[in-house]
Design a protein around this ligand. Structure first.
Ligand code: GUN
Length: 294
C-alpha cells in the first residue's frame, strides 16, 4: 500500500512554479497577479484565503486580498468583480465561497470574466472542461488528476466510483475520469444522497473518489482489495488534542481501509494541499495568457 503524499507533491509543484516565475521575470515578463475577494469572517474561508495568499508568496506571485463585511450588497460585490475584470494588472481572481445568503453565488460567478476565472467555476470553463477544450479546471479535481498522474496510477478501463455530485468536485471529477485521456478512460459511476446500494457500487470500484462530506463514510467492507482511494473529505470535528480546537476528518475510515488499498490519500496531507497548488497553476497559466490569448 502506498500513501499518496499530497503535501510533498504540492511543495514540489510550488517549487516548479516559482522557478518558472523567476525565469519569466528575469526575461522581463510580468509577475502573475492573483486577487482574492473575501466576504465576512467565516473561519474556514479565512484559513483558505490566508493559505492562498501564502502560496502566492511561495510561488513568487503578486497577490491582493480584497475584504468586504458580510453586510456588503450584491451590487457592491458585482461592481468589484467588474472592476477586477477590467484591471489589466490582475491576471486572475477568485471570490471565496460560500457567500452570505442575500448574495447569489451564481450571479457573482457568472459576472467573472471567464478568462480570469482561475477557480474554473464559470459556466464557460465548466462547459469547455466537459467537452475537452482548454480551460481552467477547478482546483480540487485538477489536484486529484495531478496526484494520479504523478503516482503513475493506471486508469484506462478501470471502474471509478465517485461519491458526491457537487459542482465543485463530483461533477467535474466524473467528466475528467471519463475523458479520452490520461488520467481518464474510466468507466465512471457517480453516487449521491439518493443512490441505492452505495456499498455494492464501491465494492466494484478500482478507484473510489469520496467527496460526500460525511466523515468516515467509506468502511473497509466497501472496498475491494487493491483499490485506489482518493479522500476529498475535510470535515472539521472538535478535538481537545489540537491547538486550533478541531481536526480534519476525511470521508474514509482510514485506519481500516488503508491496509486493503494499493494507494490512498490521507487527511490531512493528501488532496487538500493539492487544491491550492492547482489554483497557483491556473494563476500561472493566466499570467502567461496560456489558455485565453487576449
Ligand atoms: N470554497 C471552498 N472551496 C473553494 C474554492 O476552491 N474556491 C472558492 N472561491 N471558494 C471555495
Amino acid at each position: 500500500m502506498t500513501i499518496i503524499d499530497g503535501k510533498a507533491v504540492a511543495e514540489q509543484i510550488k517549487k516548479e512554479i516559482a522557478e518558472e516565475v523567476s525565469r519569466i521575470v528575469a526575461d522581463g515578463g510580468k509577475r502573475p497577479h492573483l486577487a482574492a475577494i473575501l466576504v465576512g469572517h467565516d473561519g474556514g474561508s479565512e484559513t483558505y484565503v490566508a493559505s492562498k495568499v501564502k502560496a502566492c508568496e511561495a510561488c513568487g506571485f503578486k497577490s491582493t486580498l480584497i475584504r468586504f463585511e458580510d453586510t456588503v450588497s450584491e451590487q457592491e460585490l458585482l461592481d468589484k468583480v467588474l472592476e477586477l475584470n477590467d484591471d489589466d494588472d490582475v491576471d486572475g481572481f477568485i471570490v471565496q465561497l460560500p457567500l452570505p445568503k442575500h448574495i447569489s453565488e451564481d450571479k457573482v460567478i457568472e459576472a467573472i470574466d471567464y478568462r480570469k476565472d482561475v477557480d474554473g467555476f464559470h459556466p464557460i470553463n465548466v462547459g469547455r472542461m466537459s467537452i475537452g477544450l482548454p480551460c481552467y479546471v477547478s482546483a480540487t479535481p485538477a489536484g486529484i488528476v495531478e496526484l494520479i498522474s504523478r503516482y503513475h496510477i493506471e486508469t484506462a478501463g478501470k471502474r471509478c466510483v465517485i461519491l458526491g455530485r457537487s459542482n465543485i468536485v463530483g461533477k467535474p471529477m466524473a467528466a475528467l475520469m471519463m475523458r479520452k485521456a490520461y488520467p481518464g478512460d474510466c468507466t465512471v459511476t457517480v453516487c449521491h444522497s439518493r443512490s441505492k446500494n452505495i456499498a455494492d457500487e464501491c465494492r466494484q470500484a478500482d478507484i473510489i473518489i469520496a467527496a460526500l462530506g460525511q466523515p468516515e463514510f467509506v468502511k473497509a467492507d466497501m472496498v475491494k482489495d487493491g483499490a485506489v482511494i482518493i479522500d476529498v473529505g475535510t470535515t472539521r470535528v472538535p478535538s481537545a488534542l489540537t491547538k486550533s480546537g478541531y481536526k480534519l476528518k476525511g470521508d474514509v475510515k482510514y485506519d481500516e481501509v488503508a491496509p486493503r488499498c494499493s494507494y490512498i490519500t490521507p487527511v490531512p496531507g493528501g488532496v487538500g494541499p493539492m487544491t491550492i497548488v492547482s489554483l497557483m497553476r491556473n494563476t500561472l497559466l493566466a499570467g502567461k495568457k496560456a489558455i485565453y490569448k487576449d
